[in-house]
Design a protein around this ligand. Sequence first.
Ligand code: 13P
Length: 282
Amino acid sequence: MKSLREVLDWAEEKKVAIGHFNVSDSLGFKAVVETAKDLDVPVIVGVSEKERDFIGLEEVVALVKTARENNLNVFINADHTYSLERAMAAIDAGVDSIVVDGADKTFAENIALTKEVVSYARSKNTEIIVEGEIGFIGKSSKVIENLPDGVSLETQTNPEDAREFVKETGIDLLAPSVGNVHGIVKTGNPKLNIERIGEIHKAVGIPLVLHGGSGIADEDFRKAIKAGIRLIHINTEIRVAYKEGIEEGLKSSEIAPYQFLAKGVEEMKKVIRERLKLFNGL
Ligand code: 13P
């Protein structure tokens, strides 16, 4: 089995992006892993702080390890981590990667927190990938009326800040703000700033991560991957699919959970499949 670092190198070589899908429970996990297996592509299962509180951190790490023993290139990411304590707990539990989210802190505070996490991760296992974020893109994976407060063209990441941030922190991956926002905006998600992605990529020389993948147009994804995005996060789209699927399942008279919940898994799989095909150029 490949390490996540090796898979990132592979993605760079192939000029594709690895799909990252957030889950809250074992059904989400099942949908992600079975779809990636079917398409024979690597995949990352993401759990933010609240998601890992729900599914259980040790539990989800164990699920991913078992899948890997079955020859699948599946990795577990501790998504959006806001404190050193939570980061240490995730690293101690055995995650493959961690996202330090200091995007709404000051630049100096963000650097300080990210640096501390990098140092802790390196002291534990040099294979752990640490991702940093600069530029606020909102916080919630839900369907929203308008752009999240505090997100504008001015909050997009500046390539010079990105260069300094990467140099100061020693992160492996950078998640910038380039027109992407968390959630599906009812009036339409903004277009990605492809030129800015290219400039940031050139300035930092490490792979870039696109958060807030829900609601982005296919053509924008293709261009973003060409410009240096190597990992893409999707959450809201699978949350919506899961809920609608379960609502459908509950309309039947079935009482076995594996029957009335199955529609939820099926709907999540449809979304994950289309995204993985696009990200992997299939
Ligand atoms: P969306 O909810 O917009 O897909 O964003 C997900 C994400 O970036 C998780 O880290």
